[in-house]
Design a protein. Structure first.
Length: 615
């Protein structure tokens, strides 16, 4: 989850072992922080890193941990596209960071769900008001899902929505590799008719992101699907919030089936679902202080209470087996529940308590163990945070358990020592992002990033555009590889941003504007140059009005135009043209022409360095 308040917040991961004991062991706590900006000149105080927090977590088939985070600053040297981007981070079982993938747009992007398949594929989902792909379709805010393979290589990003606001809030993989996505829409999904306000929806996608079927549900008020789980027969169980009431439903497909069932829970919200062969487990919170006949009841209270429950499934019937409330003063929430054998684990947050555990500050994250058969608490533990504030947002269990390697801080499973060199995986750049390159004010040549491009691939594209006017190379540093573009002497290159939302310069850390390499002086040639005449611009007195500033701009603009014209005339000298066009096969450029060129260049350099006035 997160550690610290909104002014100084970092992601936090805690690992617990010895879970069968009455008092489990907290083996380590790692922070996920954004990169701190460089300190100001002559400052001895290091700036505080920008805010970051973990939104969800899941374990992979080899015991690795995947965390979906949001960050307001660079992370692992990767630049952001907007003020806040998402990061998918993979850790080994010892808590060592393996790789990071940054995803975002120039507009706001929020992460809402994470799921990991049995083959190691990872899906993240959320909502964005920008475009994550060139073929994004929808209107307003769009829900999106991005799928990565086990190595963190992006397989696809699907941004498909109605003409109105949409959000994807829940994900679940099926055993056949398909992916269920769910959330809410103000429009229509799959040709359905909107019932009014926001409707909940469920879609089933194949391995390429193509929709196989969809359902849209809800009444005349605002509705949404808040959690998903896939049962043993491949059906999907969805928790929906409709007119303030939570309902659990099971769907075999988009066609009603005899094995489908519906169970009303009442006024509350389910944040997470788990299934096994015979039961469904749910976690969430409610503001009603009672429970009657399987429904939340009683009086509404100021603080929310977290809960966990189990439903036993038999054919088309679901019956409640047990219900456990985690109460206390203030709010308690429960965003995650996991089942392993005869045990149920619940993660939550609370201002004062969570079950038998007491908060360690103003707000604590908690983890609790319950019996799967009866819901009775076995233990509960609080997790502290920076300034006495922490919160939980996810829970992941490694079914292989602990090992002796944990004692030495070593990971289990296959060791991963390398990472992809793809630009779209090592930066926030997306396929289709681009920028333009112009030499000496000539034609703008487009450089486009394609899926699978490495930095070396980009150097080939850039060098092809430069021809002989400069070079592009890959450099290595503490944060990995970077791109360098160097013009030849006396050559001006201009880097021009790509279209809005698809600019590659910012993602690659390249500056926009003119890049120029000053010439190295030649004493023999400059000695032949005629006397240099200054432009005679007296700027020392400054100016105080907008009119004076405008006059100065006009004057400088006129001077620059004159110098550019003179420079073009000089470089278009018949003698020089005969050289460049092959009219003279050998010999040196005349000394007078070298001196003339040096004079014009000196004038340009001096004009560009004028100081002593402000605008």
């Amino acid at each position: 989850g997160a550690s610290g308040d909104a002014e100084a917040r970092a992601g936090q991961i805690s690992k617990w072992t010895n879970l069968d004991a009455a008092d489990p062991t907290r083996q380590f706590a790692n922070r996920l922080e954004a990169d701190a900006p460089p300190p100001p000149p002559d400052s001895e105080v290091s700036p505080t890193p920008p805010n970051a927090r973990i939104l969800a977590s899941e374990t992979g088939p080899n015991g690795a941990l995947y965390a979906l985070a949001e960050t307001e600053g660079e992370i692992d040297g990767q630049l952001l596209r907007g003020e806040k981007d998402l990061a998918l981070v993979k850790y080994d079982s010892a808590g060592k960071k393996i790789w990071t993938r940054v995803l975002g747009s120039t507009s706001e992007t929020d992460g809402l769900s994470l799921a990991v398949a049995s083959d190691g594929r990872v899906a993240i989902a959320g909502v964005t008001s920008g475009d994550l792909t060139p073929d994004a379709a929808g209107g307003g805010e769009d829900g999106f899902v991005t799928l990565y393979d086990a190595d963190g290589l992006e397989l696809f990003t699907r941004q498909r929505g109605s003409g109105f606001d949409d959000r994807i809030e829940a994900l679940a993989f099926a055993d056949d590799g398909s992916l269920f996505v769910a959330g809410r829409t103000k429009g229509s999904v799959g040709g359905a008719t909107n019932s009014g306000g926001e409707d909940g929806f469920i879609e089933k996608l194949d391995t390429t992101g193509t929709a196989l079927w969809s359902r849209q549900l809800g009444g005349s008020e605002n509705d949404r699907v808040t959690a998903l789980a896939v049962d043993a027969s491949g059906g999907v169980v969805a928790a929906s919030l409709e007119d303030g009431q939570t309902t659990l439903r099971r769907f075999a497909s988009d066609i009603d089936d005899a094995t489908d069932w519906t169970q009303a829970l009442g006024e509350g919200v389910v944040r997470d679902l788990e299934t096994d062969g015979a039961a469904v487990y749910a976690a969430g919170e409610t503001r009603l202080n009672g429970r009657t006949a399987g429904l939340f009841s009683g009086a509404s209270v100021d603080g929310a209470d977290a809960f966990a429950l189990r439903l036993d499934i038999s054919g088309a019937v679901a019956t409640e087996a047990w219900f456990t409330r985690f109460g206390g003063d203030g709010d308690q929430t429960s965003p995650a529940i996991k089942v392993l054998g005869d045990d149920v684990y619940v993660a939550g947050s609370g201002a004062t308590a969570f079950g038998s555990a007491t908060a360690l500050g103003d707000k604590s994250a908690f983890v609790a163990k319950l019996g799967a058969a009866d819901g009775v608490e076995a233990w509960a533990s609080a997790i502290n945070g920076r300034a006495g504030i922490s919160s939980a947002s996810g829970l992941a269990i490694d079914p292989t358990g602990a090992s002796d390697l944990d004692l030495f801080g070593l990971p289990s499973g296959a060791l991963e020592v390398g990472d992809t060199n793809n630009v779209t995986d090592r930066t926030s750049a997306r396929p289709g992002d681009h920028f333009y390159l112009s030499v000496e004010g000539g034609r703008q040549k487009k450089i486009t990033i394609e899926a699978g491009d490495t930095y070396r691939d980009l150097t080939f594209k850039i060098n092809a555009a430069l021809v002989l006017d400069g070079t592009s190379q890959v450099s290595s540093g503490v944060n990995g590889q970077a791109l360098r573009i160097s013009p030849n002497e006396n050559t001006r290159l201009e880097l021009i941003p790509g279209s809005e939302g698809q600019d590659a310069l910012s993602a690659l850390g390249l500056p926009r504007g003119v890049v120029f390499k000053e010439p190295i002086g030649d004493t023999d040639a400059s000695s032949d140059a005629p006397e240099l005449v200054a432009l005679g611009l007296d700027l020392g007195a400054g100016f105080t009005t907008k009119e004076e500033a405008a006059d100065l701009v006009d004057m400088l603009d006129g001077a620059l135009r004159a110098i550019r014209q003179a420079y073009r005339i000089a470089t278009d000298d018949p003698t020089l043209r005969s050289l460049t066009e092959g009219g003279q096969s050998s010999g040196q450029v005349p000394a007078y022409l070298q001196a003339q060129l040096a004079n014009y260049q000196a004038g340009l350099t001096r004009l560009g360095g004028v100081t002593g006035f402000t605008v």
